[in-house]
Ligand binder design. Structure first.
Ligand code: EPU
Length: 446
């Protein structure tokens, strides 16, 4: 099914929403359950499609996954882990990038793993060369097949000294999930240190792993022979929280985000304040408001943690169309995350995208001819339009634009947003948005 959301814009969002566990942590914690000899319990799990994809893959490998007594609790029993049928795994091809993280745990448990072609948002080439390089350095044999990648280990994987060319989130997780049960010590330099990674380290430590995070992006893991299950409450989704904050600002509204946590959002909060948004933090969440008056433009560069997250960029750009003057956004994490601005321009925004690096943060894309910097001139009135959702965060940004625009928009393909935003339509209803959804079957492809 392909769904379209009809949005009557121009209504400030007011009210409160709750964010649950972070999409980009929960999926990894579910994979970690494969490493334990006993049952794991993961709490605060959102009902999003990516969770369903990982659940399906775990079940294919013999993990028994069930709902716990608490709302949002998953119970994962890995006592019967088994080799899955390649065709069944392949049926999940294209659905998500998470399968690549099954490599280390499956090789530890079964001696081999098969990974289908990967999906995930089309926001750049998104290769997995770093993942395969580190697996080889642990002693795995990596074989590329027409339908995917086969990984095996003739002997137990061995700890090793590694240095990443770039602090990749996924590759750091790959190293953690592999090193905890490898023989000996692993030292990872230039590691990613996102809060979601810190929470994964907490999970692994509960399971019996020995991991230290040293200064300067160095992570050391002492391998152990066996791990147990864990009981853990997922950290809240700071990307979803910032998305609702940006929606509040762009629509001139007032949204309390229950579950949002200040320490994980410091960099976002600084930017939110600099452009003229207001927020108040209490013990349970953060309230984001547009205090009235003009918003201010800003120069911004995305970066790895503790920098400004790339996933915060797209929703915030919509709010920047309402700021006075020229804002500059330099995207340094993905080479192709500015395509969503085309639809904003059709809606009346003034945005120019450049191949040059418009900023001083070291960036891999300036020399490579990628349109990865944007100049946004505001404020501009947005008008309703027909929009096709390009990717998860770009799609939510289009939704924000439609909510802020005058008139009616039809946002097509919003099922993509279900991948990472739990019950977003109910939340929009609760905030006073005027939206309705229609679903149509996808036409058969000849
Ligand atoms: N990269 C490579 N080779 C690799 C791996 C990464 O060149 O083998 C490059 C990527 O192409 C990209 C950069 O390194 O240019 C960073 O990629 P990273 O590995 O850090 O990203 P990821 O692990 O694939 C996760 C999130 C993304 C989020 C990024 C950055 C998940 C499932 N995805 O991706 O989330 O943008 O970290 O924080 O955790 C989203 O939620 O919408 C989303 C895209």
């Amino acid at each position: 099914m392909s769904s379209t959301l009809t949005v009557s814009g121009g209504v400030p969002l007011r009210g409160s929403v709750t964010v649950r566990g972070a999409k980009n942590f929960v999926s990894k914690a579910m994979v970690a359950s494969l490493l334990g000899e006993t049952t794991s319990r993961l709490r605060n799990v959102p009902a999003i499609r990516d969770v369903g994809v990982v659940r399906g893959l775990l079940e294919l490998h013999g993990v028994d996954v069930s709902e716990g007594v608490e709302d949002g609790e998953l119970v994962l029993d890995p006592s019967n882990v088994e080799v899955a049928n390649v065709a069944d795994i392949d049926a999940h091809a294209g659905a998500s990038r998470i399968p690549v993280l099954f490599c280390g745990p499956l090789v530890h448990r079964l001696g081999s793993a098969f990974i289908p072609d990967l999906g995930g948002c089309r926001i750049g080439d998104r290769p997995i060369n770093y993942h395969l390089d580190v697996l080889r350095q642990f002693g795995a044999v990596v074989e590329k097949l027409p339908s995917g990648i086969a990984i095996s280990a003739p002997r137990r994987l061995r700890g090793t000294r590694l240095e990443l060319p770039y602090p990749s989130v996924g590759t750091t997780e790959q190293v953690l999930l592999t090193a905890v049960r490898a023989e000996g010590v692993t030292e990872l330099r230039n590691a990613a240190i996102e809060p979601e990674i810190a929470d994964l380290i907490a999970v692994l430590q509960k399971m019996g792993a020995i991991i230290s995070v040293d200064t300067d992006r160095v992570i050391r893991v002492e391998g152990v022979d066996a791990l147990t299950g864990y009981d853990h409450r997922a950290l809240p989704d700071r990307i979803e929280a910032a998305s609702w904050a940006s929606a509040a600002l762009a629509t001139g509204g007032d949204v309390y985000v229950e579950g949002a946590r200040q320490p994980d959002m410091m960099t976002f909060l600084n930017v939110f304040r600099k452009i003229g948004g207001a927020f108040t933090v209490d013990d349970h969440g953060i309230r984001f408001t547009h205090p009235g008056g003009p918003l201010r433009s800003i120069a911004l560069e995305t970066d790895v943690h503790p920098g400004f997250m790339t996933d915060w960029q797209q929703p915030l750009v919509v709010a920047l169309t309402q700021a006075q003057g020229l804002s500059i956004v330099h995207e340094t994490v993905y080479e192709n995350r500015m395509g969503f601005t085309d639809a904003l321009v059709r809606m009346g925004a003034t945005i120019q995208v450049y191949r040059e690096c418009l900023g001083s943060t070291p960036c891999r894309f300036g020399a490579q001819d990628f349109r990865h910097s944007a100049v946004i001139s505001g404020p501009t009135r947005l008008r309703g339009a027909e929009i096709e959702v390009p990717d998860l965060r770009g799609g939510f940004s289009h939704l924000i634009a439609a909510l802020a625009a005058e008139g009616t928009s039809r946002v097509h393909g919003i099922d993509l947003i279900d991948r990472g935003y739990e019950h977003f339509q109910d939340k929009l209803d609760g905030l006073g948005a005027v939206v309705s959804r229609e679903s149509a079957p996808v036409p058969a492809v000849a």
